[in-house]
Design a protein around this ligand. Structure first.
Ligand SMILES: [Fe+2]
Length: 238
């Protein structure tokens, strides 16, 4: 896939304005707090160095520019070091709603607001550390990837007034998929650790099932449970 050399500010502006408006009734409050903390604006394509400095001042995390998808083991090792890899290409105007791979709107708008949250950034780091701890164990790594997928990328959290709110970055950065959650045609299940660890996912299409946690304390507890189960995940959990 070839990418334009410079992100198109008009594309950023459209994506940003459209998604902030769309997420007002959908995203968890931590997302909006993070958006503000980081100083994201519609009229300005973020500069990775500036954003990285701001994040570093907030909680010691840094952003490292990468050309595309990073191998799972390397990705988790970066998280363990409080480094978040981000692309620096932006979809074109013709690709507003369809992407073959994550771009900077996904990486920055989708991931960084929650990463600016103190508790959530620790969650990212612990997930990374867990990946480092199982280095070389393909099966264990795959389970950590699934955990990451059904939480960090596509997770939902119970809304205080009923219903669900989005905290997963894949949903936060997708206009179509975030709306689909509220369309009544998708399956939303209570978070089940054993189930998600065994459930393969397909990156090439919208997800057929989403998992909702009652709150973030519960989510962080699930990671502790996964970590304490070590390499013998299934026998310990079932
Ligand atoms: Fe992502």
């Amino acid at each position: 896939m070839s990418h334009a050399v410079f992100p198109d500010p008009a594309v950023w502006q459209i994506l940003f304005n459209r998604q902030v408006e769309n997420l007002k009734t959908k995203a968890c409050p931590e997302f909006f707090a993070g958006l503000e903390r980081l100083g994201f604006e519609a009229g300005e394509v973020p500069v990775l160095d500036h954003l990285s400095q701001r994040l570093y001042q907030l909680n010691g995390w840094q952003i490292q520019r990468v050309p595309g998808i990073v191998d799972a083991g390397d990705f988790l090792a970066m998280l363990a070091d409080r480094i978040f890899p981000s692309t620096y290409f932006l979809r074109s105007m013709a690709q507003l709603d369809y992407l073959e791979e994550p771009d900077m709107f996904h990486d920055l708008f989708g991931h960084l607001p929650l990463l600016a949250d103190p508790a959530f950034s620790e969650f990212y780091k612990k997930l990374g550390a867990l990946g480092v701890a199982v280095h070389g164990n393909t099966e264990a790594l795959e389970r950590i990837e699934r955990f990451y997928w059904y939480t960090v990328e596509f997770g939902l959290v119970a809304a205080p007034a009923g219903g669900v709110q989005i905290y997963g970055s894949g949903l936060l950065s997708s206009f179509g998929e975030s709306r689909q959650i509220y369309g009544g045609a998708v399956e939303i299940r209570p978070f089940d650790l054993v189930e998600i660890l065994e459930l393969p996912f397909d990156k090439s299409q919208m997800q057929p099932v989403y998992y909702v946690v009652p709150d973030f304390e519960f989510l962080f507890g699930q990671l502790e449970k996964l970590a304490s189960a070590g390499l013998a995940l299934r026998p310990v959990l079932s």
